[in-house]
Design a protein around this ligand. Sequence first.
Ligand code: GLN
Length: 203
Amino acid sequence: GPPVGVLALQGNVPEHLDALRACGADPRPVRRPAELAEVAGLVLPGGESTTLSKLLVAFDLLEPLRGRLSTGMPAFGSCAGMILLAREAIDARPDQHQLGALDIVVRRNAFGRQVQSFESDLSVTGIGGGPVRAVFIRAPWVESVGRGVDVIARVPSSIGGEASGKIVAVRQGPVMATAFHPEQTGDARLHDLFLRRVREYAA
Ligand code: GLN
């Protein structure tokens, strides 16, 4: 298939490379504008969004990445990657850059007020074969979505409290994002969905 990359500045890079390999892809780490220019799709891993934002600037990737996203490059963001892709992030540092590829407002460290991390089984629209085990680590949730955004997963009501029903996975055209970490569970169905999208958009 077309070449895909994992943004390799910080965070869960090896896990995403492994998950993409498990789907039969030959992914490459992306650290330089020239590497970004060669990929047909990009995973933005979890990590720490403030740090990632600074590193995007330091590595001269911020504007090239905005450019690729604005012309329809498929992308898949997890956790901090979701925060970066969002139009707006609540409780982010004021100088944190947003890529604006998803018309969503996220709340950073949203679950932190209750629990730092937890796991839950979720059903994800477009993913067959049963629920997805979702690992949340200092995760954001999605406060609101624009018209063009599909909500593909929510926190089940069985979790209880304020988190119940919160949006934790979205898709807008070629861009998708999860508040959780699909690279941590050995279940590559979301990566597979991303790769299908890359093939569709490259065709
Ligand atoms: N809390 C982190 C942030 O704000 C995200 C955590 C993660 O990616 N696991 O960027």
